[in-house]
Design a binder for this molecule. Structure first.
Ligand code: ZN
Length: 349
């Protein structure tokens, strides 16, 4: 794995990939494999190339840490509408060339005025900038049918402090890209193209999101301790250092407050459940994984759970990895949440 990416502006998009690494051509099915191809980050041309470079570098470090999966196409939308349209055209040309998906259909789908179309990430970014609101949204948007891992991101403000949305830490953006990469890893362990089976194996929201967030946070901390996180940000990023302990303490406080308010716990944090919230699912899930890693060893998730997931299914893979059913775990975790904050903080690596 290269540790740094090189970027080029091709006129209608910026493309960044690992220095000296090959990128995938065509549409080979590489799900379920470790690969030596670089992730590709494709950015709208109104974004600074250094922002695009920081996204790509973060993906490379995550791939180096956890293993390289792909092909990854990570699209970053900017503020400008015509730049977004150009980037979407690049995406749809690829889908026609590589996957024979009708370009007209692709363009229609990708520019729909509602939720989660590629275009919506640009319109949200523009609206947030106008309000001075530092929100971001990004996600693994599938891609199994095209043999890719497709991500789309709104502007990660922390990689370019010149946007007038208030101060956002570049280190938080790096951690978020690690989190997104972890989703590619999770998806890579599920080979089927059947949507329902994929969904059932991605399993519980707290498990999938909490593992991504916990593993990303631990990686951000490790790189910080080695002097290799904030020091690698470009000169235009929002500068600060990553404080794992303070951030984990805040997630713990948020989790306990959320559960006392919703009158439930981790098991109630699915979509539409009574503790359906960021704090309930993401922060609670992060602490659930901190607890599991402390009790069973930090390698169990990647060495036992995920490698057995596809063959065993989620519940059985959990019991196999952690020696208890998820219901038994819920009971134990609820007892853990009744301890004092200092006792809880003491389990962190
Ligand atoms: Zn996520």
């Amino acid at each position: 794995m290269a540790e740094t990416a090189l970027c080029a502006n091709d006129g209608d998009h910026i493309l960044c990939a690992g220095d000296g690494m090959p990128v995938v051509e065509g549409a080979p099915d590489l799900y379920g494999q470790w690969i030596s191809y670089s992730p590709e980050v494709l950015c709208a041309v109104d974004l600074d190339m250094r922002l695009c470079n920081d996204v790509a570098n973060s993906l490379l470090w995550a791939a180096k840490e956890w293993g390289s999966v792909g092909p990854i196409e990570y699209y970053v939308m900017g503020i400008d509408e015509s730049a977004a349209d150009s980037l979407i055209d690049v995406y749809c040309s690829r889908r026609w060339d590589r996957n024979s998906w009708s370009k007209d259909e692709c363009l229609a789908e990708s520019t729909r005025a509602n939720d989660h179309s590629m275009k919506s990430y640009q319109s949200l970014s523009a609206a947030w900038l106008a309000e001075g609101n530092p929100s971001t949204t990004m996600g693994h948007n599938g891609g199994r049918q095209f043999n890719i891992h497709q991500f789309t991101s709104s502007v990660p403000w922390g990689f370019d402090a010149s946007y007038d949305v208030g101060f956002i830490e570049g280190v938080q953006e790096q951690k978020t890209v690690f989190h997104e990469y972890f989703h590619a890893l999770q998806h890579n362990y599920i080979v089927t193209k059947d949507w329902d089976e994929r969904d059932s194996k991605m399993w519980l929201r707290w498990f999938a999101e909490g593992s991504a967030e916990y593993m990303a946070s631990v990686l951000a901390r490790r790189l910080t301790d080695a002097g290799l996180l904030d020091s690698r940000l470009s000169e235009i990023a929002g500068k600060s250092s990553y404080d794992f302990t303070t951030l984990m303490r805040q997630k713990l406080v948020d989790t306990k407050a959320a559960y006392s308010q919703c009158g439930g716990s981790l098991k109630d944090s699915g979509y539409g459940d009574k503790c359906d919230s960021y704090e309930g699912a993401y922060s609670g899930g992060t602490w659930a994984h901190a607890y599991l890693a402390n009790k069973h060893g930090s390698d169990i998730l990647l060495d036992v759970f995920y490698p057995n997931l596809d063959a065993m299914g989620s519940e059985t893979a959990f019991t196999h990895a952690y020696g208890q059913t998820v219901e038994e775990f819920y009971t134990e975790f609820d007892e853990f949440l009744d301890l004092t904050t200092e006792e809880q903080m003491a389990i962190l690596p």
